[in-house]
Write a protein that binds this ligand. Structure first.
Ligand SMILES: [Zn+2]
Length: 189
């Protein structure tokens, strides 16, 4: 996910510009990312979608993952390697990601799409500032903890969307109360 695209989208929105192309670009990039995260989370809990025919394969750890329908197969260890280091766990974001995947493709206007993007980003920022655990936000946008956190705070400060003032104030409050987080990003040094 390219952060500057999201920033650009918010800037334009604040300026009253409806850039359908950019909304679609960001919106579908987020959609793809959400689907990857949800698929991976499900696989991690024992349900792997067959990459060939789409059948859901139930597996247990350390087994060979095998699709009975089309005969595709891979040792679980190998499958696990494909997503292991990609920060693709849904965590507390799971229901929000599911809602976005469900609703975004049905959104008919650029305004509705923008609204859904905005809801997800807000929830995601809330999750981030909630602290105590590794945020789902890191997985959605990607990048190092401090970068994503700084980006979201920056975005929250700049937001002047109509009807968003309340959320914005809440964000600012959270940022003010911000304390060093108990969690640490193992990828960061
Ligand atoms: Zn299959």
């Amino acid at each position: 996910m390219q952060r500057y695209k999201i920033a650009q989208l918010y800037e334009q929105d604040a300026a009253g510009i409806v850039d359908e192309e950019l909304i679609d670009e960001v919106g579908f990039a987020i959609l793809t990312r959400c689907i990857s995260i949800l698929t991976t989370s499900a696989a991690h809990r024992g349900r792997v979608p067959c990459p060939v025919c789409g059948k859901i394969i139930d597996h247990k750890w350390d087994e060979f993952v095998h699709c009975e329908d089309c005969d595709w197969g891979l040792p679980w260890k190998e499958y696990h390697k494909t997503y292991k280091r990609k920060q693709l766990s849904a965590g507390g974001m799971q229901p929000f990601l599911e809602a976005y995947v469900d609703e975004f493709p049905k959104a008919a206007t650029p305004q509705q799409k923008m609204r859904l993007i905005d809801i997800l980003i807000s929830r995601y920022h809330g999750e981030y500032e909630g602290g105590g655990h590794r945020p789902g936000g890191l997985n959605l946008i990607g990048g190092k903890n401090r970068e994503v956190r700084a980006f979201l705070n920056e975005l929250a400060r700049g937001i002047t969307l109509p009807g968003r003032e309340q959320t914005h104030r809440e964000w600012v409050e959270k940022v003010r109360r911000e304390r060093p987080s108990p969690w640490q990003d193992p990828n960061e040094t």
